[in-house]
Design a binder for this molecule. Structure first.
Ligand code: ADE
Length: 238
């Protein structure tokens, strides 16, 4: 999978995408993550990316010109001139292209990021993520470029960078081969609408707290039953 991020704070990403599973996923070729500085697509001395909203009101709005230029530059690089041209004429992506590539705007007003959404996105070959800022983005960006808006929860962050990192993390670990044992992404919380059962490791007794006998008995059927019951109990307590 190719992931392109368009942001005004590119340096925020290196510490997150350069560690742990995201780092390994890039090293083994499962994903390539490129972060692009939106300000490189401005043409004035001050590298302006925002402007006051028409009609007045508080805050600033992300300008369309640098965002369109950044998206077009990435499209040109990844999909060649023909497909990028479709965007240049402001046509929405063809269905075929849409199935392979999505342009996502991180925004508190978007659809909620769930495990189901992450699983859908993990099947794409190309994700382009726009990090929103200020009061929002010029509506023409939404109309002509964005396939879907995604929110990581009902709260407002200072920008789309942290949400973009959350999205990348949750999507990349679902790409086959990225997480060691495929069973671990299948078993975990939310994958089956149940929270995950409790885990224990050694020692068998720690500060007076013992590992449940059912897990130590070596009977696989008993372990499976215990885990199912615990998962249901945890979910119903939520
Ligand atoms: N930008 C600001 N807040 C956000 C949120 N909750 N989700 C996605 N993008 C955001």
């Amino acid at each position: 999978m190719q992931v392109d991020v368009i942001t005004i704070f590119p340096k925020m990403f290196a510490p997150v995408v350069g560690e742990s599973i995201l780092k390994r996923a890039q090293e083994c070729g499962a994903v390539r993550i490129d972060v692009h500085d939106l300000r490189s697509y401005t043409h004035d001395k001050r590298k302006t990316v925002d402007d006051r909203p028409y009609g007045g009101g508080p805050g600033m709005v992300l300008k369309p010109e640098p965002v369109f230029e950044a998206v077009e530059a990435v499209e040109m690089k990844r999909h060649g001139r023909a497909k990028a041209a479709a965007k240049l004429s402001f046509a929405k992506a063809s269905e075929q292209r849409r199935r392979e590539c999505e342009i996502i705007l991180m925004s508190p007003g978007g659809i909620r990021l769930t495990q189901t959404v992450a699983a859908q996105l993990s099947r794409l070959t190309h994700l382009m993520i726009l990090c929103g800022h200020y009061e929002g983005v010029d509506e023409r960006i939404r109309q002509a470029l964005v396939d879907r808006e995604v929110s990581i929860g009902d709260y407002v962050l200072t920008g789309g960078e942290l949400p973009a990192m959350v999205l990348i993390d949750t999507v990349v670990r679902l790409i086959p081969g990225v997480v060691g044992h495929p069973q671990s992404t299948h078993d975990e919380s939310f994958a089956k609408d149940l929270l995950e059962y409790p885990h224990y490791t050694r020692p068998p007794v720690f500060r007076g707290m013992a590992v449940p006998e059912a897990l130590r008995c070596g009977d696989h059927q008993r372990v499976a039953t215990w885990r199912s019951l615990q998962a249901v109990a945890r979910t119903s307590r939520q």
